[in-house]
Design a protein around this ligand. Sequence first.
Ligand SMILES: NC(=O)c1ccc[n+]([C@@H]2O[C@H](COP(=O)([O-])OP(=O)(O)OC[C@H]3O[C@@H](n4cnc5c(N)ncnc54)[C@H](OP(=O)(O)O)[C@@H]3O)[C@@H](O)[C@H]2O)c1
Length: 264
Amino acid sequence: MKDNFSRTRMKKVLILGGTTEARLLAGRLAARGDLDIVLSLAGRTAEPAEQPVPVRRGGFGGAEGLASHLRDQHIDLLIDATHPYAAQISRNAEAAARLSGVPAFALRRTAWEPVAGDRWHLVADAKEAVAVLGNEPRRVFLALGRQEIGPFAKAPQHSYVIRSVDPIEPPLNVPDAEYILARGPFAEADERRLLAERRINTIVAKNSGGSATYGKIAAARELGIDMILFRRPDVPDMPSVETVAEAVTMVDHLTASATRKRGV
Ligand SMILES: NC(=O)c1ccc[n+]([C@@H]2O[C@H](COP(=O)([O-])OP(=O)(O)OC[C@H]3O[C@@H](n4cnc5c(N)ncnc54)[C@H](OP(=O)(O)O)[C@@H]3O)[C@@H](O)[C@H]2O)c1
């Protein structure tokens, strides 16, 4: 990675966020007091969570747009802490870092792995999930984002419980759908209760990794519920860490090595 940390001003860090980890990392780095941090959100969520640092919202205009932003804003370090399924912005981050020469790394949650008792079916996307659901009516819990819900309208024979951060607009055109608005983390006991009360027999979700949304996976195992999980998308090859603590260490390392190279 190229060293372009400035000698004279506070180092500027741009965190691409939209995840719990990005928020936690921003808080941890802000507490150091020697970094100028901005968190970037896509702007999709109507009421995003409170962030501990200044926030900018909206796309950059592809990889070139992000590269220009990095140069124009004199960003010293780019951290891609977006969701594992936000593959486009991750590709853009890798390309923009290359184009601009700005050091960058990714904070990526490890995917969950199945353990004994899990009834997982892996699919590419919502369309394939609909095919796996089949013709027999099922009671389905959709723990997906707004953008992934549409294809389930093609399977109106199932009953749906749909949980999302923002309302599903327009609602799914099926006769039996219940909507739950909620933002994680979700405790395993609450997930178990929800799944049992609604008599859910199939969950469709992403393999998000991390602990905040693992409760439904553990609860499904205990209740013998089928899980249809979207496969992780491919992400670009760039230096990466898996936890917020490792990301803090990486920033320490990058800023310290920049200081050493300057002979300060
Ligand atoms: N996908 C998920 O399942 C999921 C779940 C939870 C949270 N999120 C968060 O929601 C955001 C959008 O997800 P997505 O799946 O739509 O991503 P995506 O498909 O990878 O990104 C699509 C476009 O949205 C813009 N964008 C995405 N993240 C951005 C960010 N943090 N700051 C500025 N612009 C951003 C970029 O536009 P330009 O090309 O114009 O720059 C990008 O090309 C991400 O920040 C992600 O961390 C996603």
